[in-house]
Design a protein around this ligand. Structure first.
Ligand code: SF4
Length: 698
C-alpha cells in the first residue's frame, strides 16, 4: 500500500472518529481505543491478495479490557479500510448478545455518523432458516409428503406435529413469520426444527419453485449488498471449511473476531464428528427405497450404482448390527459408565477391525449416494418438467447428509494423526430408549484454523478482554495455530481503569486447602463468606466452581444471611438479575450466587457489584474426553499437562471472574479469593501476575 493511500485512510479514520467524538452520546476519549485504531490500521495496511504468502503481519491479536471501547475501536478502522480497499468486513462474535448489540445499536449509530455510506447485515447459518419446500412437505400439504417422510421421520409423524407445521406454513405464507428459527412459532420445538431447516444437501437452489421467496436466499441477497457482515465464529469456520458461498471469499475479507477467546472451542467442535449406531441402522434400512425411486427417474441408468449401494448398505447394516450386539453383551459402556475413551486415540482390537471394514464401506456409500444426487440434478437441469425431480432430489439430499456424516465419523475413527484424534464411545440415554454413539474429535483446532483461516484470509483482527494468560499471549496463539505465523502482531490496549485505586484484592488466611481438604473448605466457606460480606451495603457476586459446593454452602449458611442471597438455578437468569437490580435500587443488600456463566458474561456496574468473592480457583478437571486425550498426549511427549493446560486455563478464567468487579471508570470493588493456594503454591504467583494491578491485601 502506497504512503499516499495510507495517508488518505488515516485522514478518513480521523474524520470518522471526530464525527463520533462529537455526536456519540456520552462519548469519552480513551487511550486504549486510540491505540486500537493505530494497531488495527497498521495490520490492515498489510492485508493480502490471494497470491501473497502469509507470515502473520496481516494478523493482530489485541487484548482490550472492559472500558477500552473495543467495538468502536475496531469498527471505525475496519469500515474505512474495507471501503478504500474494496474488501468486505466480517465481524464474528462468540455470543448472540454481542451480535444484537452490533446490529441493533453500534452499526446503525455509526452508519448515521459515517462520512461515507456503508451497508451492514447479519449473517446466520442456513440451518437457522426454514426451507419452504420441506415445510410444505412435512405439513402434508403436497402430494410428495409421503415420499419425504421416509428420510426425515423415524416413524409416522404425529397429527399434532403436522398441525403445528401447517400453522407455521400459514404464518410464513401470510408474511407473519420471516422464516428464521429465532422467530419461529413457539410450537415448533428445537427437536422439530431439523425437519424443516434449509439444509445444503437437499436444497434445489435456483431451480426451486420457492427460490424467490426462500428466506435463506433472501437473506443471502441482503448479504451481497453489505460492506459489513456480522456473523458468529461457528458460521465463519463452517463456511470456509465447507466451501459454502454464504460469506465472501476469505481472500477478499477483513475479519474481526471479537470474543476471540471462544475460537479454540468452536474450532474443535466444528471439526468433530459423531454418529449413533442404532440410529444409523434405521435410516440405512430405509435408504434403498429412496435410491430405487431416484434411479427410476434416470433414463440412462444401467442400475449399476443402485446395485452397488444395495451391497454396501447390506454390509454396513450387517457389521453395525454385529457391533451393536457385541456392545450389548460386553457392557463396554452402560447407563452408569456412559463413556469409554480409547486411550492415545488407539482403538481396541474389535473396534479397529470394524473401523477398517466400515470406514471404506461408509466412504464408498457416500460417494455413490452423492453421485446419484448429482445425476438427478443434471437430469433435472436438462428437463422441461423440472419440478418432477424435486421430491427425489430433496429425499436423496437428506440421505446424503447422513451418509456424509457416517463416512466422516468412520474416517476420523480410523485416522492416525499427530496430535491424536480423541475417540470415544458413549451410551446415549434417549429417555425410553438408548443408542451407542461414536465420537471422534481433534484435540486442538490449531492446525485446522491455521490452514482454513489464517493462510487464506486477507487480514484478521482477534480481540477480547482476556487473551493473555500468565502475562503473555503464548497459550492463546498456540491454541488457535497462530504460533506458526511468526510475524503475528500482539498488543495489549491500555485500560482506562485505575485498578490500584479502584480495586482491592484480598486473599484472607483460611484453614482448609480446597485440594487437600475439600469438605473442610466447603464448611469454612459458610462462615467466611458472611465474614467477608459483613460490611456489604449493596450488591455482591459470589462465584463457585461447582453446583454441588454452591448448594452445600447455601444450606449451611445462617438464615438471616440467606435472606439476601439469590442463587443461580432458582429462577431464570434474567429474572434473577432483575430481582438483584431491584433490591439494590431499593437500598437493600443483594448477594448473587453463581457459577462459570456468571463469572464470564455478567455486567454488574456500580453498586450492583461492590464485592466479588471467588470461593475456589477455577481449575477445570480434565474430565471431557477431549481434555483427557490432550493431557494424555502432552504427558506422552514429556509435557506437563498441569502447567501447560490446567494453569493457563485457570488463569484465563480467573481473569474473567476478577473482571466482574470493575466495569466502569467510577466503580470501586473488592475482590476476595477464598483459596489459600494463591499464597502457598508455586503457580499462585503466576496466576496473580496475570491479574490487574489492584491494591493487594494478602
Ligand atoms: S431454495 Fe432450497 S432452501 Fe429455499 S425453499 Fe427451495 S429447497 Fe428450500
Amino acid at each position: 500500500m502506497t504512503s499516499d493511500i495510507q495517508q488518505e485512510i488515516s485522514e478518513q479514520i480521523e474524520s470518522f472518529y471526530q464525527a463520533v467524538k462529537e455526536n456519540w452520546p456520552g462519548f469519552k476519549t480513551r487511550v486504549g481505543q486510540e491505540q486500537m485504531f493505530a494497531q488495527i490500521g497498521q495490520t490492515l495496511s498489510h492485508a493480502k491478495s490471494p497470491k501473497d504468502s502469509r507470515d502473520g503481519d496481516h494478523i493482530l491479536v489485541i487484548e482490550g479490557k472492559t472500558g477500552v471501547g473495543k467495538t468502536l475501536g475496531y469498527l471505525i478502522p475496519a469500515i474505512v479500510f474495507s471501503k478504500r480497499m474494496n474488501k468486505r468486513v466480517i465481524i464474528s462474535t462468540g455470543t448472540v448478545a454481542l451480535q444484537e448489540q452490533l446490529i441493533q445499536k453500534d452499526l446503525p449509530a455509526l452508519a448515521e455518523l459515517s462520512p461515507f455510506p456503508f451497508e451492514y447485515a447479519l449473517a446466520k447459518g442456513r440451518g437457522r432458516y426454514v426451507c419452504n419446500i420441506r415445510l410444505e412437505q412435512v405439513s402434508g400439504k403436497t402430494k410428495q409428503s409421503a415420499l419425504f417422510e421416509d428420510a426425515n421421520w423415524d416413524g409416522p409423524p404425529k397429527e399434532k406435529d403436522i398441525d403445528h407445521f401447517a400453522n407455521a406454513l400459514n404464518s410464513l405464507n401470510q408474511g407473519q413469520w420471516n422464516g428464521e428459527k429465532d422467530t419461529a412459532p413457539p410450537e415448533i420445538s428445537d427437536s422439530m426444527w431439523p425437519r424443516i431447516a434449509a439444509e445444503r444437501s437437499s436444497c434445489l437452489g435456483r431451480h426451486c419453485q420457492r427460490f424467490n421467496v426462500c428466506p435463506y436466499f433472501n437473506a443471502r441477497r441482503e448479504l451481497v449488498k453489505a460492506d459489513v457482515i456480522v456473523a458468529n465464529h461457528d458460521l465463519v469456520i463452517s463456511t470456509i471449511a465447507s466451501g459454502s458461498k454464504i460469506l465472501p471469499d476469505p481472500s477478499e475479507t477483513l475479519y474481526v473476531f471479537d470474543e476471540a477467546h471462544h475460537l479454540p472451542q468452536v474450532g474443535i467442535a466444528h471439526f468433530a464428528s459423531s454418529v449413533g449406531l442404532i440410529a444409523s441402522t434405521r435410516w440405512l434400512e430405509k435408504i434403498m427405497t429412496a435410491v430405487l425411486r431416484a434411479d427410476a427417474l434416470l433414463p440412462e441408468s444401467s442400475g449399476k450404482i443402485a446395485e452397488e449401494i444395495h451391497d454396501l448398505v447390506t454390509d454396513l447394516i450387517q457389521h453395525t448390527k454385529q457391533l451393536i450386539n457385541s456392545l450389548r453383551l460386553s457392557n463396554f459402556v452402560t447407563h452408569d459408565q456412559a463413556i469409554h475413551r480409547f486411550k492415545h486415540g488407539e482403538l481396541s482390537e474389535e473396534f479397529a477391525n470394524e473401523a477398517q471394514t466400515m470406514g471404506p464401506l461408509a466412504i464408498a456409500l457416500n460417494n455413490r449416494v452423492s453421485k446419484i444426487l448429482q445425476q438427478l440434478n443434471d437430469q433435472r437441469n436438462n428437463s422441461i418438467d423440472k419440478d418432477s425431480y424435486s421430491p427425489a432430489i430433496l429425499e436423496m439430499g437428506s440421505y446424503q447428509a447422513k451418509t456424509e456424516n457416517l463416512s466422516n465419523t468412520w474416517h476420523l475413527m480410523q485416522a492416525d494423526a499427530n496430535p491424536p484424534i480423541a475417540k470415544w464411545l458413549e451410551w446415549q440415554d434417549l429417555g425410553s430408549t438408548f443408542d451407542f454413539k461414536l465420537h471422534a474429535s481433534p484435540i486442538s483446532a490449531a492446525q485446522n484454523l491455521a490452514q482454513s483461516l489464517w493462510s487464506t484470509s486477507s487480514a484478521a483482527i482477534l480481540t477480547s478482554a482476556t487473551l493473555r494468560t500468565l502475562g503473555d499471549f503464548k497459550y492463546f496463539l498456540n491454541q488457535v495455530g497462530l504460533n506458526w505465523f511468526p510475524k503475528t502482531n500482539t498488543f495489549e490496549a491500555e485500560s482506562p481503569f485505575d485498578y490500584e485505586n479502584q480495586g482491592t484484592f484480598v486473599v484472607p488466611d483460611m484453614l482448609a486447602c480446597p485440594s487437600a481438604n475439600s469438605e473442610g473448605h466447603t464448611q469454612e466457606l459458610s462462615t467466611e463468606i458472611p465474614n467477608q460480606l459483613s460490611d456489604l451495603r449493596h450488591g455482591a457476586l459470589v462465584l463457585f466452581t461447582s453446583k454441588k459446593q454452591m448448594k452445600q454452602v447455601y444450606e449451611d449458611l445462617p438464615e438471616e444471611f440467606l435472606q439476601d442471597v439469590l442463587m443461580q438455578g432458582d429462577m431464570p437468569r434474567s429474572q434473577l438479575i432483575l430481582q438483584h437490580e431491584t433490591r439494590v435500587k431499593q437500598g437493600h443488600r443483594s448477594i448473587l450466587f453463581g457459577m462459570q456463566s456468571f463469572g464470564e458474561g455478567l455486567d454488574l456496574p456500580g453498586k450492583l457489584c461492590e464485592v466479588v468473592v471467588i470461593t475456589k480457583l477455577p481449575f477445570a478437571p480434565p474430565d471431557s474426553p477431549i481434555e483427557e486425550a490432550k493431557a494424555e498426549w502432552l504427558e506422552k511427549n514429556q509435557g506437563n499437562p498441569f502447567y501447560e493446560i490446567s494453569v493457563p486455563a485457570a488463569a484465563l478464567k480467573l481473569q474473567q471472574w476478577v473482571g466482574r468487579g470493575i466495569r466502569t471508570e467510577t466503580d470501586h470493588a473488592t475482590i476476595v479469593v477464598l483459596d489459600q493456594r494463591l499464597k502457598t503454591k508455586p503457580y499462585g504467583k503466576k496466576l496473580m501476575a496475570g491479574l490487574p494491578p489492584f491494591k493487594r491485601v494478602m
